[in-house]
Design a protein around this ligand. Structure first.
Ligand code: PLP
Length: 340
């Protein structure tokens, strides 16, 4: 009953199997293997885009930093939400990779950037004293378990384009957002002007690996050098590429996200009927935030549930996250403990 995060889960068996199946083969190194090409082909199909390129990296922080470094000069400004992973959880990796770009951390309810705040923060273009407007970073699904609607995304990307900003999307939970909104990957990304997506896999059933999807293929050469230089180019690339090809093939990534979201939905419905629990917001994906009485919290911990406090959502707030392999029996047991 561990609901601490979606990365406490192991890997989906099909992904481990994909690696085991080719263990006796010799394969080209550093990405010269057929699975690397398959990942790109699968992404072209999934995103309905014939020229996109993909680059595999091991971690989401690495992917975000590399992506934003190609969009932002050292004197540039990156606009993002104040709670975004790049601000709060990456130990200034983006600033290091860009050589010192500013992260302008914007307000907005439920982890979504307020469009007026974005408009107000973009200034100083061409003025030698100011960070130069360079990139917008959106997290979808965001840190509060909420997905921007396509209309909300479109309002933000239009502002970005008006000012010539590049657009980065942190999709550590991209699958959960796609399933939650029931929209197409193309409509949620390049058709709105997203230049680069971090298409997450680690939190959705991979052992490791994130796919950097570049809708503008011209950045790939630079990105490849940046990846190598950052120590993110795997020598035995098959460890990432073979499982990721299996992750994309036949929609496993969607099945995994669907299960995680359904478990969070069930948890939300069950727990919201218990005394002493109040949802902070309706979840659109697999993360659930709630205010919880200390007595209720003690009761659930006693019953064997595990989860984190989330003080940013209030003094008694906690977060529960479900994963691709969350057992329905565990969800039922937590609900029974809360309502019992
Ligand atoms: C988990 C996560 C990442 C990636 O984190 P790593 O630990 O570096 O893999 C990036 N963005 C968001 C929103 C996340 O939740």
């Amino acid at each position: 009953m561990n609901f601490a995060s979606d990365n406490v889960a192991g890997a989906h068996p099909a992904l481990l199997q994909a690696l085991a199946d080719i263990n006796d083969e010799t394969l080209g190194s550093y990405g010269e293997d057929r699975f690397n090409a398959q990942v790109e082909q699968e992404c072209r199909r999934i995103f309905e885009h014939d020229t996109l390129k993909t680059i595999l990296v091991a971690t989401g922080s690495g992917a975000n930093a590399l992506a934003l470094a190609t969009m932002t000069p050292a004197w540039g400004a990156i606009y993002c939400h104040r709670t975004s992973h790049i601000v709060v959880d990456e130990a200034n990796a983006v600033q290091a990779a860009t050589g010192g770009a500013a992260l302008l951390a914007l307000p907005g309810d439920n982890g979504k950037i307020d469009p007026e705040a974005l408009r107000g923060a973009i200034f100083g273009k061409g003025v030698i004293h100011h960070p130069q407007p360079a990139a917008l970073s959106l997290t979808q699904m965001n840190e509060y378990g909420v997905a921007y609607t396509l209309d909300e995304l479109s309002e933000l990307t239009a502002i970005a384009q008006e000012h010539g900003l590049k657009i980065h999307m942190d999709g550590a939970r991209f699958g959960n957002a796609i399933v939650g909104l029931n929209v197409s990957p193309a409509d949620m990304t390049w058709r709105l002007g997203v230049d680069m997506l971090v298409f997450g896999a680690t939190k959705n059933g991979a052992l490791a690996g994130e796919i950097l999807v570049c809708f503008d293929p011209s950045v790939v050469e630079e990105l490849e050098f940046r990846r190598k230089r950052a120590g993110q180019l795997f020598s035995k690339m098959r460890t990432l590429s073979a499982p990721l090809a299996a992750y994309l093939r036949d929609g496993l990534w969607l099945d995994n996200a669907r299960h995680a979201n359904a478990m969070a939905q069930k948890l939300a419905e069950g727990l919201s009927s218990a005394d002493g629990i109040e949802l902070c917001r309706q979840p659109s994906g697999n993360q659930l935030f709630m205010a919880m009485d200390p007595a209720m919290k003690a009761k659930l911990l006693d019953a064997g549930a595990y989860f984190h406090d989330w003080p940013d959502d209030g003094p008694t707030a906690v977060r529960m996250v479900t994963a691709f392999n969350t057992l329905e029996a565990d969800v039922d047991a937590v609900i029974a403990a809360a309502c019992g």
